[in-house]
Design a protein around this ligand. Structure first.
Ligand code: GLU
Length: 290
């Protein structure tokens, strides 16, 4: 029996969906339709500071209006924080995480002091300050109850694998092996945030594996994150899905659509009488602008 093809759309309910989300959702949906696969909707609401239940209901309404269908109940990540904690514990046992006590300000000051301003896709690249703490220094801070994140010790993690991590690029039918430069542009990313005690990277990798997702269709803005996800899949010995990164929808002036563009929410478009078919046509036009 061959494996079923499963893809997903995984929005965060932190506001109303806009055209960019609609494009992403439709790309995943169209892919599932074209291969007779299953389409899953997953609610990525680990960030309790930003996500609201009311937005979850509204985004489902918007997606249903667009003509998408999925099985209920949908997985809601905020209900599975223990699963993500267990993964962080496993990574800690493997020795590839370290506590980071730095504040954002301290990181910026350290980068300025070093006279470098390396910027990766996820913001400034962490200069590695807390990686160099001695066991005693670390112990002291932990004992004093200093709040901390857990960062991936990237080089240690890479070094612990028999082969360099890679991932399947479905679009180009190729295997992507991130280079040392690609890794350097990411640095020691946070895998357990100070505020929410987990991270997007852990939750998404855990759930894609748990839900049997075989093909991930998502925006190019997450391209670099895919390197991290492939690394985590290798460390945790999870199945490796293949990835398609679609272009990001831009407006007529070439600007990427952002959440703050109120006028472009699906709700406001719908209220102004735009039909789902018109949304589709408009998205096709905008994506060919890119
Ligand atoms: N939850 C993420 C977002 O809303 C998308 C996650 C993914 O597709 O991997 O940006």
């Amino acid at each position: 029996m061959s494996h079923p093809i499963i893809t997903r759309f995984a929005p965060s309910p932190s506001g109303r969906l806009h055209l960019g989300h609609a494009y992403s959702a439709m790309q995943a949906w169209d892919f599932a339709q074209s291969v007779g696969g299953e389409f899953i909707l997953r609610i990525e609401d680990i960030d309790h500071n930003r996500c609201k239940r009311e937005y979850e209901d509204l985004l489902k309404e918007d997606l249903a209006w667009l003509g998408l269908e999925w099985q209920e109940p949908t997985r809601r990540q905020s209900e599975h924080l223990d699963d993500y904690r267990a993964i962080a514990d496993r990574l800690t046992e493997m020795g590839v995480l370290y506590p980071c006590f730095c504040t954002r300000k301290e990181i910026q000051a350290e980068i300025a002091r070093a006279g470098a301003a390396p910027h990766g896709s996820e913001g400034p690249i962490y200069p590695g300050t807390c990686r160099g703490l001695t066991a005693a220094e670390r112990g002291e801070k932990l004992e004093a109850g200093k709040s901390h994140a857990l960062r991936l010790d990237l080089q240690k993690a890479l070094g612990s694998l028999a082969e360099p991590p890679s991932w399947r690029d479905h679009d180009n039918d190729s295997q992507i092996i991130p280079s040392q430069d690609d890794w350097a542009a990411l640095g020691d990313v946070v895998l357990v945030r100070k505020d929410i005690h987990t991270s997007y990277h852990i939750a998404v990798v855990a759930d894609d594996a748990l839900q049997g997702v075989t093909h991930i269709v998502r925006g190019l803005d997450l391209y670099e994150s895919t390197h991290i996800h492939a690394l985590l899949q290798a460390l945790l010995e999870l199945p490796a899905p293949s990835y398609t990164h679609h272009q990001l929808v831009k407006d007529e002036s070439g600007q990427r659509l952002a959440k703050r563009d109120e006028s472009e929410t699906l709700a406001s478009l719908r209220e102004s009488g735009v039909s789902p078919e018109e949304i589709r046509e408009r998205l096709q036009r905008l994506s060919s602008n890119s």
